[in-house]
Design a binder for this molecule. Structure first.
Ligand code: IFM
Length: 465
């Protein structure tokens, strides 16, 4: 275990499939296949080009350096470095990350590497994907191979990004790749994602005891917007599957009893003696992705069991977010951000200091820059500032939170919503690949500079700044 610095880390985050492009340079993933399913991605776009980051990473690192961030969270595309998810590593694929890491370090930016952000090599899906235990060994091999190539310079590792999404959107609701709707498979995927995390951390730590290891969870608070008994009854089940299954298992408490009420039949035969101990391999930090709280209300009828994204939600639905919702139709709930941070401190301190590894918002930006060449995005600025205040509140109360990564550096491929939803601090014109900074980029830059922990930025100007 390593001790992470107490100085606050300011960063920006992205993920491989969402920005890299260069489809020819990697193997096929479940998301490539999913994008070809008619209607699966709302605007019919795919991950073939997106932000063309593989060819433009130098410009993107320059934009980050000018922003003043001290850290960049990115993910490695498994199929770029190991095209079929097993066997030989691609020197070309690893070469890209090698150059990226050097470029970052040269700009004074620390690389924070996530191993898995949802782009599973399709060959592994043919063997069952995360629903099969057969994926666990390949994931550990992949982790060790990437670490062997980059571990001399990369010292911050996250295994999985938002495994709830990988399991429940991918195998439960069928909204994400691989597009399966089966609660039994989603439950097994939950277990295998966790198991692969614990085994990879243990193996990587053996290879490099000086690096820090963690996992990134998307957590939220669930609130009732009405006083119906069915809504109140659904809250613990939501919290169990969304939040506590992951947190409790990682903290060595096993799966929570109320989650097992819903999931145990599906886990039958999937858990092996010793798994829970491996899942609870100690971590050095916990990554928190926070966007908004979930607000539930009673539904008119009852959805058949197995037809909801996760179990226990048969008699409720997500409440209308009301005025001020983001372009994702997500409510803006900064107070919930403070609450999640407080909860982690109060209930899960053994998972180490928290790093907010994603927080941000999508809005329908006006693409015409103002006179100074900046895209005006007042709603994103307000969201950012409200959440930075909520973060400061938690810190003031003594929550051990040591970093914040804005999602996202660039407009990018927003999964089943394609290129239509823009989360970036920097606008990307997907026709020309031109990058133009938004007002939120300036707001974040000023916040970092004012915090006194900014890295000394070079004088060169960012795109459109
Ligand atoms: O774009 C995603 C990201 O890949 C994972 N966290 C949530 C973001 C916004 O939906």
């Amino acid at each position: 275990m390593v001790t992470l610095p107490t100085t606050f880390t300011w960063g920006a985050a992205t993920a491989a499939f969402q920005i890299e492009g260069d489809r020819a340079g990697r193997g096929e993933t479940t998301w490539d296949a999913f994008c070809r399913v008619p209607g699966a991605v709302q605007d019919g776009t795919d991950g073939d080009v997106t932000c063309d980051h593989v060819n433009r990473y130098r410009e993107d690192v320059r934009i980050m350096r000018d922003l003043g961030v001290g850290a960049y969270r990115f993910s490695v595309a498994w199929a770029r470095v190991q095209p079929t998810g097993r066997g030989d590593f691609s020197a070309e694929g690893l070469g890209f990350y090698d150059r990226l890491v050097d470029e970052l370090l040269g700009a004074g930016i620390e690389p924070w590497l996530t191993l898995y952000h949802w782009d599973l090599p399709v060959e592994l899906q043919l063997q069952g994907g995360w629903a099969s235990r057969r994926v666990v060994d390949p994931f550990v091999e992949y982790a060790l191979g990437v670490q062997e190539a980059l571990g001399d310079r990369v010292k911050r590792w996250a295994t999985h990004n938002e495994p709830w999404c990988a399991a429940w959107l991918g195998y439960g609701g069928g909204i994400h790749a691989p597009g399966i709707r089966d609660h039994a498979l989603a439950t097994r995927a939950t277990h295998h994602l966790l198991l692969s995390h614990g085994r990879a951390v243990a193996a990587m730590r053996e290879q490099d005891a000086d690096a820090a290891y963690g996992i990134v969870l998307n957590l939220d608070n669930v609130r009732a917007t009405d006083d119906e008994a069915v809504t109140r009854a659904a809250l613990p089940a939501y919290d169990a599957v969304r939040n506590r299954v992951w947190l409790d298992a990682l903290a060595g408490r096993g799966y929570p009893a109320d989650a097992l009420d819903l999931l145990a039949p599906h886990l039958d035969g999937a858990t092996v003696v010793g798994d829970m101990e491996q899942i609870a391999t100690p971590v050095d930090f916990l990554g928190l992705n926070y966007y908004n709280d979930e607000r539930l209300e009673a539904a008119d009828g009852q959805v058949p069991v197995g037809d909801t994204v996760q179990p226990g939600m048969e008699r409720v639905r997500t409440a209308d977010p009301g005025a001020g919702a983001t372009a994702m139709d997500w409510p803006v709930t900064p107070e919930g951000f403070t609450d999640v941070l407080r909860r982690l401190q109060a209930e899960y301190a053994e998972l180490g200091p928290v790093y907010v590894t994603e927080n941000g918002s999508a809005w329908d930006d006006d693409p015409t820059p103002s006179a100074d060449g900046v895209i005006e995005d007042p709603d994103r600025v307000a969201y950012l500032q409200d959440h930075l205040r909520a973060l400061e509140q938690a810190r003031a109360e003594g929550v051990d939170v040591r970093g914040y990564f804005a999602w996202s550096l660039l407009d990018n491929f927003e999964w089943a919503l394609g290129l239509s939803k823009r989360f970036g601090l920097v606008r990307v014109d997907f026709e020309t690949q031109e990058r133009t900074v938004k007002r939120s980029w300036h707001a974040y830059r000023e916040h970092i500079a004012a915090s006194g922990t900014a890295r000394a930025a070079e004088p060169e100007a960012a795109a459109g700044a």
